[in-house]
Design a protein around this ligand. Structure first.
Ligand code: BGC
Length: 905
């Protein structure tokens, strides 16, 4: 008791601080930042410079600022920079003093058996499971919990100085340096010139060579990653390799559709194959860590990052999240060709108010758990090795300093045992959020909340030393963060194989093209396909239409086919629609006319007459309209969701030419296609399809493949409907049996409705047409009632099965995505009008029928109650099975308690 009291004595506190400081007395210098308003951004510029110089022959000398880097990375706001100056640490006398204090302190520590504040070495000698009793019971990733791996972590940690430990928590990109010479003091110099917004005077090469850097982001090219890796492995004292991370979001060199498009495939197995393919390509360039999957649920397409996720639905989002993790990490992080995943952005970033980028999110805990957290949780349960803390605040607490998210939920409830990396400068941005007045506070809040690695803020490396010395951040917190990083480094086999693996992939891989083409074909969603006068639908195109006019700014556009987050995709590898159609025209003896018509975002009508002329001359028009890739992705929020520039006018002018029009919509989000839906016979959403864009579109247009994609997000009639999603809550005044297409007539006003637009989506979630048609019948459940006690006890087993017979009623083989929706009525908490709880892809020959089964268990039937606990009550359930969220064939069952429904809640 006395000894414990002694531990909190001010003298001992100072001694403990001195001991921590002694750990770092080897440091000749450390950085003291001068605090400034604002934040520094976009050191990735230099990564791009490197990438471009390696791939396009540009050099730093020739002026990277001339390079159109925005095509490859998201645009960043220019903000004032956080600057730093170097000062020397006082020397010998202080060091002697340290030693004396250290000896004294160690004696006390010895006497109290390494009590309260665990020193690194003392802590390191304990087995893993004793570090956090209770928590390690169900570690999310078994590989990271391996005791042998922990032994290696222990041994390494014991040898590390405090600076080396902090180094593992620091992440920079390629700062563009050619040598590890120290950066010039106080001089902007070359580094700042290539990295104008950071101005931090950081030389990542020097940091790597001295063991002060743990990981790097977006350093592209084997030569560059190997250069850095050699510095870390050959020159740093403990030879700890760097972990190279990159935003490989939908392919490395061979690009597949943007994630929103991929989600439209409703095909998780395909996602496994694609993401593994990307990992295999990227590891040849030394990348061993992907900042992917992005699993933020988005119900508001104004938010540009909608393109990076799986859309509006938690069930689909979770299925996709699991698939990405399986593809990236495989069954072992250390297998060649596998990478560690970073699930992002934790949490609820996609609920940014008004769809404005980086904006506040604020929601009930029930909504958070029910609608936003499931995909992150699914990814963690699938073993994701790392997770990225988001930019946004959630209910007033920024995600990158949010212990509720990072500790209680992520580690406490989900048993996450990987490491957390902050989003880009998110630690620094805690000051902009107004919860930290200085870098030290921001650092303390972030690391104690559970952010292990600081991406680009330049805060952990400048602040942690002082915070540990002053006792504001316990050494144990830093040690644990370092452990988490080292575990991933050991598990990925980096120590054995630190360098780029195999022959570097520098261009799209021919053998990978069929897979990305298939992915693109599966991602397309046929929104409309009206019958023409001859009684046949316009699509697939008949080869008898001999004169085809291809019109629009996206028809022969390479760079925009890749979409946001192009990673290392080369423009030259892209097949445009014009190229693919030209080839097909040759095969079919068709004449292809081409006219750009207008640019993506232009007001000039100079190209209109040419386009109209082509349309008039043609038998059919293919119009390729939509957004540029830069209009979605990070910082790509839009307040209007229509076709940009004067494309709507071009569309109307071309339609007025009187020929059948197929509208292809390229976009990273749902757009408002209200006019088109009324006037254009065939509309297909093709997102941003990737390397094989043109071939895939041509294959579907000409019917080699029947479209099978279904919308992962609702398409609104008007932007004012947003956020619009199918699984809304009911209201007290639902406008049932009222014609919402007309302004309210007498007696129809006081309902939950708009007076100027119907409530419904123009094209709803789950919707998508095929060249065939499908019918659903025999929708049933295996049990009409389930005892409540059973429903609550069998948490991992199916409680019943819902099923239906799907029949291909058309005349061609095609694939349908059968979907199962559930509504829970009578619960103590209002529940959505319906929620997706299962889906299956079924391929059927003409006339063929198959039964589709959907097991429903606790996960599918439960909801979060007022205590934020998942539960089932004695309630009624309605089940629908069909081809979209409008599925109308229904059945029902109930959960019953012995004493009747009301008693259960
Ligand atoms: C984005 C992340 C990305 C990171 C690194 C951030 O600005 O929000 O999604 O992984 O940069 O490039």
């Amino acid at each position: 008791m006395h000894l414990l009291f002694l531990f909190d004595h001010p003298l001992l506190i100072r001694m403990r601080e001195s001991l921590s400081a002694a750990d770092c007395a080897t440091a000749g210098m450390h950085r003291v930042p001068r605090h400034r308003e604002g934040s520094s951004r976009d050191g990735r510029m230099s990564a791009m410079v490197t990438f471009l110089s390696l791939n396009a022959g540009w050099s730093l000398e020739r002026g990277p600022l001339m390079v159109p880097w925005r095509e490859f990375v998201p645009r960043r706001n220019s903000k004032r920079c956080q600057r730093g100056v170097f000062v020397n640490t006082p020397g010998v006398g202080i060091r002697a003093n340290f030693r004396l204090r250290a000896i004294l302190f160690c004696t006390v520590v010895w006497l109290v058996m390494a009590g309260c504040e665990p020193h690194a070495a003392a802590q390191a000698s304990k087995p893993a499971s004793t570090h956090h009793p209770g928590r390690a019971a169900h570690p999310s990733n078994a590989q990271l919990a391996d005791p042998n791996l922990e032994g290696r972590v222990d041994r390494l940690l014991r040898q590390m100085t405090l600076e080396e430990k902090i180094g593992q928590l620091v992440q920079y990109n390629d700062t563009g340096d050619a040598s590890p010479a120290p950066p010039a003091k106080g001089d902007q110099g070359a580094i700042a010139a290539v990295n104008p917004e950071s101005g931090n005077h950081v030389n990542a090469m020097q940091l790597a060579a001295t063991g002060r850097l743990g990981s790097m982001l977006n350093t592209i090219g084997a030569e560059r990653t190997n250069t850095y890796q050699h510095l870390a492995v050959d020159q740093s004292r403990l030879h700890i390799p760097l972990l190279f991370g990159a935003d490989v979001i939908h392919g490395f060199r061979t690009i597949y559709p943007v994630p929103l498009g991929l989600a439209a495939s409703f095909d998780p197995e395909l996602v496994v194959d694609l993401s593994h393919m990307a990992a295999e390509e990227a590891t040849t360039a030394g990348i061993r860590w992907f900042y992917s999957p992005m699993v933020d649920i988005s119900r508001d397409p104004r938010w540009g990052r909608t393109v990076e996720g799986a859309g509006e639905d938690a069930y689909l989002g979770a299925a996709m999240a699991r698939a990405y993790i399986r593809g990236y990490q495989g069954d072992s992080l250390s297998k060649p060709g596998n990478v560690a995943a970073s699930v992002k952005h934790f949490a609820a970033y996609g609920a940014a108010e008004a769809g404005r980028e980086y904006n506040t999110t604020d929601m009930s805990e029930i909504r958070l758990r029910q609608d936003y957290l499931p995909p992150y949780q699914a990814a963690v349960e699938a073993g994701a090795a790392t997770i990225m803390s988001a930019f946004n605040s959630l209910n007033g607490v920024p995600s990158s300093a949010n212990p509720f998210l990072l500790k209680s939920i992520l580690r406490g409830e989900w048993g996450f045992n990987g490491f957390v990396v902050s989003d880009y400068t998110a630690v620094m941005e805690l000051m902009n959020h107004g919860i930290a007045l200085d870098p030290a506070t921001a650092t303390r809040k972030a690391i104690t909340a559970g952010v292990d690695v600081d991406m680009m803020s330049h805060f952990y490396d400048t602040q942690l030393l002082g915070l540990i010395r002053s006792g504001q951040v316990p050494m144990a917190v830093v040690d644990e963060a370092v452990r988490r990083v080292l575990r991933v480094k050991f598990a990925t086999g980096l120590f054995e194989n630190p360098y780029a693996q195999g022959v570097e992939v520098t261009a799209a891989v021919a053998e990978h093209r069929p897979l990305v083409r298939k992915a693109a074909e599966e991602s397309f969603v046929l929104l409309q396909n009206d019958k023409l006068a001859d009684g046949a639908p316009l699509l697939p195109l008949s080869p008898t239409r001999k004169l085809v006019a291809l019109i629009g700014p996206l028809a022969d556009d390479k760079v925009d086919m890749i979409g946001a987050w192009a990673s290392a995709g080369n423009e030259g590898d892209i097949i445009t629609l014009r190229q693919a159609l030209a080839q097909r025209a040759q095969q079919l003896g068709i004449t292809l006319l081409y006219s750009e018509g207008t640019e993506i975002d232009s007001s000039s009508q100079a190209g209109f007459s040419d386009a109209i002329e082509a349309a008039r001359a043609a038998d059919v028009v293919i119009l390729a309209l939509g957004e540029s890739s830069a209009m979605s992705g990070e910082a790509g929020s839009r307040a209007y969701l229509d076709l940009p520039g004067n494309q709507q006018q071009l569309l109307e002018a071309v339609v007025a030419a009187g020929k059948p029009v197929v509208l292809l919509v390229f976009s990273g989000r749902p757009l408002v296609l209200d006019w088109a839906a009324k006037h254009v016979p065939a509309i297909m959403e093709v997102w941003f399809p990737g390397t094989e864009a043109g071939n895939a579109i041509a294959n579907v247009l000409y019917g080699d493949v029947s479209p099978s994609g279904k919308l992962p997000m609702s398409f609104p009639r008007a932007v004012g409907q947003e956020p619009l999603y199918y699984n809304q809550f009911p209201t007290g005044r639902p406008p049932t049996l009222i014609d919402l297409s007309k302004p309210p007539a007498e007696g129809t006003r006081f309902f939950s409705r708009y007076i100027d637009v119907p409530n419904s989506a123009l094209f709803p979630f789950g919707y998508g047409l095929s060249y065939s048609s499908f019918s659903y019948h025999d929708v049933k459940v295996s049990k009409g009632s389930i005892p409540l006690a059973q429903a609550l006890s069998a948490q991992s087993l199916p409680l019943l099965e819902a099923s239906a017979i799907v029949t291909n009623t058309g005349d061609r083989t095609a694939t349908e995505v059968a979907q199962c929706y559930v509504r829970n009525l009578g619960a103590s908490i209002e529940q959505p009008v319906r929620s997706l709880e299962g889906f299956r892809r079924v391929t059927l020959a003409p006339g063929e029928s198959k039964q589709v089964n959907f097991p429903l268990g606790f996960k599918e039937l439960s909801f979060f109650n007022l205590d934020s606990k998942p539960t089932i009550e004695a309630t009624h359930y309605t089940v629908w099975i069909g081809g979209s969220s409008l599925a109308s064939q229904e059945t029902a069952f109930e959960v019953v308690s012995p004493s009747g429904m009301a008693d259960s809640h």
